[in-house]
Design a protein around this ligand. Structure first.
Ligand SMILES: Cc1cc2nc3c(=O)[nH]c(=O)nc-3n(C[C@H](O)[C@H](O)[C@H](O)COP(=O)(O)OP(=O)(O)OC[C@H]3O[C@@H](n4cnc5c(N)ncnc54)[C@H](O)[C@@H]3O)c2cc1C
Length: 403
């Protein structure tokens, strides 16, 4: 499943209403120029988070809550390593997914997933090794990983490994570039929440990107798209992009309605867009932002801008949770609990509640804190709090964009 398709299920709001904006799509992307690329995280941060801005053609429009799709490329060094390990030059010709003839090097760089490994790739590779007759001794582990009882083991093997690890461990299986092209998964676009308002920035879309870097199995590795955006998308470079609309993550139509936004880490990106939009429109509704990360000194993304928004009254409340600045870990949901009665009072005033960022843990903890605040504020039971939240959902006053 592509990340764009995935977003329809993972980012739960990207459902049927999700569509790609303008005539540019993932299959027909716009060649955008990078007009800004600067570090957001400070010295001493354990993370690298960057602010990027992409030029837009006249007529390309977006709304806060939308994402930008990046069509990434694999790193040339990794492609060169794969070619060397397979014993090809890269000049060999292959037919791509649309039956266009391209070089094998271009195919590996722009069309195929080699930056991470999946069980399906292992299975397909094992079939190639069987067909090419190399699957003898030394391939027992590969065969074992494909067994129906070894799904978990295969997943463990995939974690932190890339295609290069597979072909180095089990060489000699690929006879022709085309047969490999036919079995490797497609390289798919990655989505990034738009962090800007088009009223404030008519000809560009801005994003906040956490660069994925890790060390695994003896190699330094990086995420395909975020690594490219972090390292190789310098100002002036051209990248294929498209705009991806999300009708289910939207500011209230009523500018006077209060909004509460919970966005730790890069989850803050769409809320910068929301706030810029409300600031530019002079919207009268109150705005409350919960932001969190590891350290205030190094990870307070857009600190100056948010503080200026506090001073000019755009941001009514700003509550931060820096988990590693004190012995006990403090997260955004803890700040919500500390201010539970006020939070409930905002909900009673008709506030819209938004969450963006990590789906695996944060979103659930935030929902629990929200339900607790509702139960305490309404002096109701947990079931009544669930009902209250269900009503908010129906009224589109509880919206999540989690990934
Ligand atoms: C709707 C939506 C909005 C999004 N908005 C943003 C945003 O605003 N900002 C943002 O930064 N991201 C955002 N994302 C996430 C983004 O799309 C990418 O998924 C993310 O940048 C990683 O992509 P990548 O190509 O860099 O990494 P990939 O090449 O896809 O690699 C990621 C993979 O690397 C492996 N991996 C990662 N860390 C480790 C480790 N420590 N050990 C072993 N293996 C590891 C895992 O297999 C992981 O799946 C959003 C996603 C969605 C769906």
């Amino acid at each position: 499943m592509s990340q764009v398709e995935e977003s329809a299920t993972v980012a739960e709001n990207n459902t049927a209403d999700t569509f790609e904006n303008s005539r540019y799509t993932r299959n027909n992307p716009y060649l955008s120029t990078v007009v800004a690329n600067r570090l957001l995280s400070g010295e001493g941060s354990e993370k690298e988070t960057r602010h990027l801005a992409f030029s837009l053609e006249h007529g390309m429009t977006y709304t806060p809550g939308d994402s930008i799709g990046i069509v990434p490329e694999n790193r040339v060094q990794i492609v060169a390593e794969v070619l060397a390990a397979l014993g090809f030059t890269g000049d060999e010709r292959v037919l791509d997914h649309y039956k266009f003839e391209i070089s094998f090097e271009e195919a590996l760089r722009t069309r195929l997933t080699i930056g991470k490994l999946t069980r399906s790739t292992i299975g397909q590779y094992a079939k190639l090794s069987g067909a090419s007759g190399v699957g003898g001794r030394g391939y027992d582990e590969l065969k074992m990983l494909c067994g129906p009882d070894n799904k978990l083991r295969a997943e463990e093997y995939c974690w932190g490994r890339e295609f290069i690890d597979l072909i180095t461990a089990f060489p000699g299986a690929v006879v022709t570039p085309q047969e490999l092209f036919n079995v490797l998964p497609r390289l798919v676009p990655r989505l990034y929440s738009i962090a800007s308002s088009q009223i404030a920035h008519p000809d560009r879309a801005e994003t906040s990107v956490r660069v994925v870097r890790y060390d695994a199995h003896g190699r330094d590795r990086q995420g395909v798209a975020s690594g490219q955006l972090g390292e190789r998308a310098h100002v002036g470079e051209v990248l294929p992009i498209f705009l991806h609309s999300n009708q289910n993550f939207r500011l209230p139509a009523d500018d006077a309605a209060p909004v509460i936004m919970v966005g730790p880490g890069t989850g803050v990106a769409p809320f910068r867009a929301f706030l810029e939009e409300r600031q530019a429109k002079g919207a009268s509704g109150d705005n409350w932002l919960f932001f969190g990360d590891q350290h205030a000194a190094a990870d307070f993304l857009y600190e100056d801008q948010f503080k200026a928004m506090q001073s000019d009254g755009t941001l009514t409340r700003l509550d931060t949770a820096f988990s590693r600045d004190q012995p006990e870990k403090i997260y955004v949901q803890d700040r919500m609990s500390e201010h539970a009665s006020e939070l409930y009072a905002w909900l009673e005033r008709g506030a819209y509640f938004y969450v963006c960022g990590d789906a695996s843990r944060m979103a659930k903890s935030v929902e629990t804190a929200l339900l607790d605040a509702i139960a305490a504020g309404s002096q109701g039971t947990p079931d009544q709090a669930v009902e209250y939240l269900a009503t908010m959902k129906k009224q589109k006053r509880y919206q999540r964009d989690v990934y």
